[in-house]
Design a protein around this ligand. Structure first.
Ligand code: AHR
Length: 622
């Protein structure tokens, strides 16, 4: 079949939002805990075995009032912590809540040493990272009779790699900072050693690498944050996802409990099966947006917990409490320092407002219960913050909507077939494709899933007057806790890799045109197989993107009208040896773009490899 790719650069078909491609961050798969959030100590406030808020437990099942069940094992009481006692010694560790330093975070580890040497080991999040720059941390402790402890990192054999003494512990809780040298061993564990009899009460133990992203205290893992930078995100959506809703209203995202000193944040059970410290809280999310040069998109709870999990709904005055909560969140981000929450932001180290631009009212909520709450939130927020763009979870009848959020998870080849989904959509309702990924029948993500998404992204770019924003989901996955089948960026404690989809996202972000122009490929797409094309102008360049969704290489002749181009093109090509080809911890760039220049212009015949994305950039002649 003779194919022609026709471009008419004089016909503008859409003007994209320059911040169209963004990020979706949710605490799932240990994305933050043991991931982007650089805290190294697991269960630092000893609350990890607490049952989810507002549930009752029977055996290993917890139950919400609406009858939703989750598997939950409260044993051991102190996950992440283990006690080792020297031969002939005697010591016991237990979790207690008596005489807390802060009644909102009452859990403590009590270590009673009767004789010998007692050493508490912390497992970290599947081990401790190799940090050559060293570590800093602190312990909040009190004691009866134990004035001094040693903290450090030791090999699995017990051999000490680095250590520091903490002394002056009394019967009143106090904070003891420490610093440790860097290590290169991969089998390290954090330890706290006591070699005198008495009782030690630990309220909080925290340790970070000294080298965090942008050097921030309570900061983020540099390598993972730099992967985000690589995507040049226009916006960041947080905190989810279903975690916004929770399994009931107590378990929903309560942002006010996630700000202030980290030792005073109680944390909460996240509905993806583990507890979070909330160390990466509302303030840190906003800070991340600022650090990435991205706009912030906060998803607030709309007075409904997750409807897929037998949702519980706030009623009457309780809805108003949630409306206030959303208004306060906006004030925290945008209010000046004379306001209550603006002052709180300043107290937390950021007097200037944060770049909050969007608020989504709920996540994946629908139906009459949602519609009535949505209207209430919309009215209240618009009245106070008219500049904030409000996003609805679905099309709400007879209600104003600044934007609506659509989600898509599919298998190939369904996603390529969606490429013209928004072609004729009404332009008066802007769309945010808030979650999308080709995530079924593709292992943990591979070339064919990436190219399926590229076809859909071609369609989104072509319909950029309607699709104003889009974010792939989910973003991160610790390889030791894959709760969701396919995730953009995968990591363990020391390494990271992006899926082929990561490179598709990066290639689209790097080549977003200022104007999308007419481009078509005659006889291109049949039953999903074929060439998907979009073209646009950026500065003095014409950019052509071609996603080839086909098991065979496909050839096409190029016709360019409306501009004259130089006869070379810069190429970025993502392809692989097979549709299943992918990246891994060991081979992070097995499927990654190749960049080169070719002779090419109007009339050239081009061959597009099977399952590939090609981006050609031509200089326009003056
Ligand atoms: O991205 C994972 C989940 O998928 C999100 O939490 C939810 O919004 C969607 O159903």
């Amino acid at each position: 079949m003779q194919r022609k790719i026709k471009i008419d650069a004089s016909k503008v078909i859409a003007t994209p939002n320059p911040r169209m491609w963004g990020l979706f961050f949710e605490e799932i798969n240990h994305a933050g805990e043991g991931g982007l959030y650089a805290e190294l100590i697991r269960n630092r406030n000893f609350s990890e075995s607490n049952i989810p808020e507002g549930t009752i437990i029977s055996g290993t099942t917890v139950l919400t009032v609406t009858g939703h069940k989750e598997t939950f094992n409260p044993e051991p009481p102190l996950p992440g912590w283990k006690l080792h006692v020297s031969p002939g010694g005697d010591a016991v560790m237990s979790k207690i809540t008596d005489n807390p330093r802060n009644p909102n975070c009452p859990e403590q580890l009590r270590l009673s040493v009767i004789g010998g040497k007692a050493t508490l080991y912390n497992s970290g999040f599947w081990g401790f990272s190799v940090c050559k720059s060293g570590y800093r941390g602190f312990v909040i402790a009190r004691s009866n009779g134990i004035g001094e402890i040693t903290v450090g990192l030791a090999r699995s054999s017990g051999a000490v790699l680095t250590s520091a003494k903490i002394s002056g512990i009394t019967d009143t809780f106090a904070k003891f900072p420490f610093e440790l040298d860097g290590i290169t061993a991969t089998d390290a564990r954090f330890f706290i050693a006591v070699d005198s009899p008495g009782t030690l009460y630990l309220d909080f133990v925290s340790m970070f690498p000294k080298d965090t992203y942008k050097g921030r205290e309570n900061g983020l893992r540099r390598d993972l944050a730099e992967m985000l930078e690589g995507l040049k995100p226009g916006f960041v959506r947080f905190p989810g996802g279903c975690v916004v809703e929770g399994i009931n209203m107590q378990n929903a995202y309560h942002w006010k409990k996630t700000i202030g000193p980290i030792e005073d944040r109680p944390g909460h059970w996240g509905l993806w099966g583990y507890r979070w410290s909330d160390g990466m809280g509302y303030h840190e999310y906003l800070q991340l947006c600022e650090d990435l040069g991205a706009e912030a998109l906060y998803v607030c709870n709309c007075g409904m917990s997750c409807q897929y999990r037998r949702g519980e709904f706030a009623h009457g005055d309780d809805i108003d409490v949630w409306v206030e909560d959303a208004l306060d969140a906006i004030e925290y981000a945008l209010g000046d320092t004379s306001t209550k929450w603006g002052a709180e932001r300043a107290k937390n180290g950021h007097p200037e407002p944060f770049p909050l631009k969007y608020v989504e009212i709920g996540n994946e909520n629908w139906g009459e219960e949602y519609f009535k709450r949505y209207r209430k939130f919309y009215e209240a927020i618009k009245a106070k913050w008219p500049q904030v763009i409000l996003i609805a979870d679905c099309r709400v009848p007879d209600a104003p909507m600044d934007m609506v959020d659509d989600h898509y998870y599919t298998a190939p080849p369904a996603m390529p077939l969606m490429y013209n989904k928004y072609e004729n959509a009404p332009k008066d309702l802007p769309v945010y494709v808030g979650e999308y990924a080709c995530n079924a029948d593709v292992g943990y993500g591979n070339l064919i899933s990436a190219i399926s998404e590229a076809c859909f992204m071609v369609g989104m770019e072509r319909a950029a007057d309607v699709v104003r924003m889009a974010s792939y989901a989910p973003l991160f996955c610790h390889v030791n806790d894959r709760k969701w089948p396919v995730n953009l960026i995968n990591f363990d404690r020391d390494h990271v890799f992006g899926l082929p989809s990561y490179f598709v996202q990066k290639m689209f972000a790097e080549s977003l045109p200022e104007r999308v122009v007419y481009a078509d490929c005659e006889n291109a797409v049949q039953n999903g197989d074929g060439l998907y094309v979009t073209a646009g102008i950026k500065g003095d360049s014409l950019i052509l993107k071609v996603a080839c969704y086909s098991a065979k290489d496909l050839t096409a002749t190029l016709e360019i009208d409306g501009v004259k181009t130089e006869c070379t093109a810069d190429v970025a090509l993502l392809s692989g040896d097979s549709p299943e080809a992918t990246n891994s911890l060991l081979y992070p760039e097995e499927v990654s773009p190749a960049y080169y220049t070719i002779d090419c212009g109007c009339g050239s015949e081009l061959t597009f490899p099977a399952y590939s994305l090609t981006i050609l950039t031509f200089k326009i002649k003056k």
